[in-house]
Design a protein around this ligand. Structure first.
Ligand SMILES: [Zn+2]
Length: 228
């Protein structure tokens, strides 16, 4: 009996020619809150602008902490931007002609965009754009936030920045929520969140758990107002 061939030899594929497109790039900047992600994003986007490249900056319309039409860093520097509910609407906002002329797209607070993966694929693979995104890799529970981590397999570079632990000054990798509130998407600044090292993250969570238990047990023993 003739041996069954386990593989089929295909002719070599010609990768040059009509299928070739302009090559885009994807760069990801992650880290906890107060790690300077937006500052790093603005620095890169400004550097691209100085090279004569056309830049569009986008942020989520969910985040209105500083200014609606600017990306603003914690230390106050800013850059004009489009505040959008999703990334797909960038092209509609700009119009096809203006979109075609854009070389670099900066995305701040990328964790708020549900269509991040689809957008980055299309913009970099098909439209030849350089996409630079900044966002939280983890939430206050240190779980993946939005689809920021999904972009890593698409990325040319990944940069994880650190902050300074607010309690001891060591490197901070995590964001601790200072208040007892379980809603995942609670947008806030230094009033609600602080950057912490591993040890202070663990300690902070323990303190919060204890506080929550005390509050809940109090609620349990409270006498209903009607009984007074
Ligand atoms: Zn610490």
């Amino acid at each position: 009996m003739a041996a069954i061939k386990s593989s089929i030899a295909f002719p070599p594929i010609d990768l040059s020619g009509p299928f070739q497109r302009a090559s885009g790039e994807v760069h990801v900047i992650v880290g906890p809150m107060f790690a300077g992600k937006t500052t790093a994003l603005l620095r890169r986007v400004n550097a691209e602008g100085l090279k004569g490249r056309n830049v569009a900056m986008v942020k989520s319309s969910k985040d209105t902490r500083y200014a609606v039409d600017h990306v603003v860093t914690h230390d106050g520097s800013k850059f004009p931007c489009w505040a959008l509910p999703n990334l797909a609407s960038l092209r509609q906002k700009l119009g096809d002609d203006a979109y075609r002329k854009v070389d670099v797209i900066g995305i701040d607070e990328a964790q708020f965009f549900d269509d991040l993966y689809e957008f980055c694929c299309k913009a970099a693979d098909h439209d030849g754009k350089t996409v630079i995104i900044a966002g939280l890799d983890g939430d206050y529970l240190r779980k993946s936030f939005g689809s920021v981590l999904d972009i890593i397999p698409l990325a040319d570079t990944v940069t994880k920045l650190t902050a300074r632990c607010e309690l001891c000054g060591k490197k901070a990798f995590f964001t601790l929520r200072k208040i007892v509130e379980t809603q995942i998407h609670l947008i806030g600044g230094a009033d609600i969140y602080m950057p912490v090292c591993r040890q202070h993250y663990v300690n902070g969570q323990l303190v919060k758990e204890a506080t929550k238990n005390v509050l809940e047990s109090r609620k349990h023993f409270e006498v209903p107002a009607a009984m007074h």
